[in-house]
Design a protein around this ligand. Structure first.
Ligand SMILES: Nc1ncnc2c1ncn2[C@@H]1O[C@H](COP(=O)(O)OP(=O)(O)O)[C@@H](O)[C@H]1O
Ligand SMILES: [Mg+2]
Length: 165
């Protein structure tokens, strides 16, 4: 399904996602294995599939509804499994990082909930430490994805989610 294009390592793993279906399948796989709080940064150019990934993750985590791109609202909350919220950020339109305070972001990064952050570069220095950085890029008609695990929790999820990929 999803072809791995480099050796598996504890810290980072690389995937080629040939079409939207593979992007969705990977996000679902991650959701199935994540039951705790988590901070995931989604990097990459416009149109690279960050929202597609986030939407599939949120729906596969138990939210039964429409997931829109939070481009204008900056953040949208979704109730998901295990009594968590998933906060989906799109910081593309953030004028300056201090604006994060006004949308209450400090309360969203906590010990219970999941935060998915598109355009984290816009708030550099104002975000808490990430568990994963997902770096998407265009490759032919599909996408390359490099996931880097930056915390123990992030490494554990990587091993669990991709052990049989
Ligand atoms: N792995 C993939 N291969 C090809 N097209 C994809 C892939 N993932 C997503 N897409 C397509 O890319 C387009 C843009 O996706 P979107 O999630 O809105 O990007 P972003 O949030 O990064 O701007 C959508 O039409 C989606 O179907
Ligand atoms: Mg987007």
């Amino acid at each position: 399904m999803v072809s791995k294009i480099s050796e598996k390592s504890l810290m980072s793993q690389r995937f080629f996602l040939a079409d939207e279906g593979q992007q969705i399948a990977l996000a679902k796989k991650v959701a199935q294995h994540l039951s705790s709080s988590f901070v995931m940064l989604l990097q990459g150019d416009l149109g690279v599939g960050k929202t597609t990934f986030a939407r599939s993750f949120i729906q596969a985590s138990g939210f039964d509804g429409v997931v829109k791109s939070p481009t204008y609202t900056l953040v949208e909350p979704y109730p998901i499994s295990n009594n968590r919220q998933c906060y989906h950020f799109d910081l593309y339109r953030l004028a300056n990082p201090e604006e994060l305070e006004f949308i209450g972001a400090r309360d969203y990064f906590n010990n219970n909930d999941v935060c998915l952050v598109e355009w984290p570069e816009k708030a550099e220095g104002f975000l808490p430490p990430a568990d994963w950085i997902c770096a998407f890029s265009h490759h032919n008609q599909g996408r390359n994805l490099i996931i880097s695990a930056l915390s123990d929790k992030g490494k554990k999820l990587m091993l669990q989610a991709f052990s049989n990929f």
